[in-house]
Write a protein that binds this ligand. Structure first.
Ligand code: DAH
Length: 353
């Protein structure tokens, strides 16, 4: 019997050497040491031996069995580390290679400009306020000295809201300018006033320099003894801080219904530095005559103060209203050639800012 077991041991040990992977090893173990294997069947023969042989043969048989189990253990260990080695070869990664940077968002360029503009005016005592973006005709036009059917209204290309007409305040509109906040602010807040109102505005227009939804910032200052010089000082402060210390503003006479006198504010061109010509004598690509138009301004018309229940004999002030997008496009020079790019939400464009 021991001879038989010894022969089986030799066969199994030889087979173990030929096993190539863990699966083959498991199969071999079941076949050779499983319950119905030749080896196990031979062991069962132990019970039939005469008692005096049983002990010594049993001991020997047990040694063979233990040795075989140990051989399987060793081979299993060998195959395991070989397969780990293969894995390391196949799935090698360079942990020193630079990682993939996850895309990080940032504040939209219009909101960056709004934050910056708010900051510049708050340093000289203006507070930011937002008035409704859907408001009554009264605030958008009539209180600003534009009676119903006045032809000046045509310039504002207004969207009307399909809502019941207010008996006193008229039709509802999407505010075509932030000037609609002027009389609202006079009603809301005690005097004096130093507001910078920044909100969305809406007009029926779209081309390289117009989009139907855009933003304006509206300055409104009301106090005693306010003059055009104060207005000019505030505008220069903004121009120098936002565009750069070498920039200047100029006031050109203009006409708005809600200011008297009224101005168009220009800023010296940042490309030709106010000369209209480039170094080589060629005409500037950005401006016509060394100046760029920023927007409107003026001294608040007495009728507007009266609409806000303020006595024009006692109080006076100035106002200005400019487009946020237009202003920031002017600072970027030729970098934003088309205002529509700002709202197309193309990340290749937006992530530059
Ligand atoms: N609201 C005017 C517009 O949208 C701009 C403007 C002009 C605002 C003169 C003002 C101002 O406050 O004084 O065209």
């Amino acid at each position: 019997m021991i001879d038989k077991l010894g022969a089986l041991q030799a066969r199994i040990t030889a087979a173990l050497d030929g096993v190539k992977n863990l699966k083959e090893l498991d199969d071999l173990e079941v076949a050779e040491l499983g319950r119905k294997s030749e080896f196990m069947l031979a062991l069962k023969g132990l019970g039939e031996l005469p008692p005096e042989q049983r002990r010594s043969v049993g001991q020997k048989a047990n040694e063979i069995k233990t040795a075989l189990a140990a051989s399987f253990g060793v081979r299993r260990q060998e195959l395991r580390s070989a397969s780990l080695g293969a894995l390391a070869e196949e799935e090698w990664i360079d942990i020193t290679a630079p990682g993939i940077r996850p895309p990080a968002g940032h504040v939209h360029l219009t909101n960056q400009a709004i934050d910056e503009i708010t900051d510049i005016f708050s340093r000289i005592g203006f507070y930011r306020y937002r008035h409704p973006e859907a408001d009554w005709d009264w605030y958008a036009f009539e209180a600003l000295n534009m009676p119903p059917d006045h032809p000046a209204r045509d310039e504002w290309e207004t969207f009307f809201v399909d809502a019941p007409v207010h008996p006193r305040l008229g039709r509802m509109v999407l505010t075509p300018h932030t000037s609609s906040g002027q009389v609202r602010e006079m009603e809301r807040r005690g005097l004096p006033i130093r507001m910078i109102g920044i909100s969305k505005c809406y007009r029926r227009q779209m081309d390289v320099s117009h989009v139907p939804m855009f933003h304006q910032f509206e300055g409104l200052l009301i106090d005693h003894g306010v003059s055009v010089t104060h207005l000019k000082g505030v505008l220069d402060h903004f121009a120098r801080t936002y565009f750069g210390p070498e920039r200047k503003t100029r006031l050109r006479p203009f006409h708005f219904r809600f200011t008297e006198p009224s101005f168009e504010v220009d800023i010296s061109c940042g490309i030709c530095l106010g000369t209209g010509r480039l170094k080589d004598g060629a005409k500037c690509r950005l401006c016509k005559d060394g100046w760029l138009e920023l927007g409107g301004a003026g001294m608040i018309h007495p009728n507007v103060l009266s609409a806000g229940k303020i006595d024009p004999e006692e109080w006076g002030g100035f106002a200005f209203g400019w487009g946020v997008e237009r202003t920031m496009m002017m600072r970027s020079g030729l970098q934003i050639p088309d205002i529509r790019e700002i709202y197309k939400n193309d990340l290749r464009f937006l992530s530059q800012f």
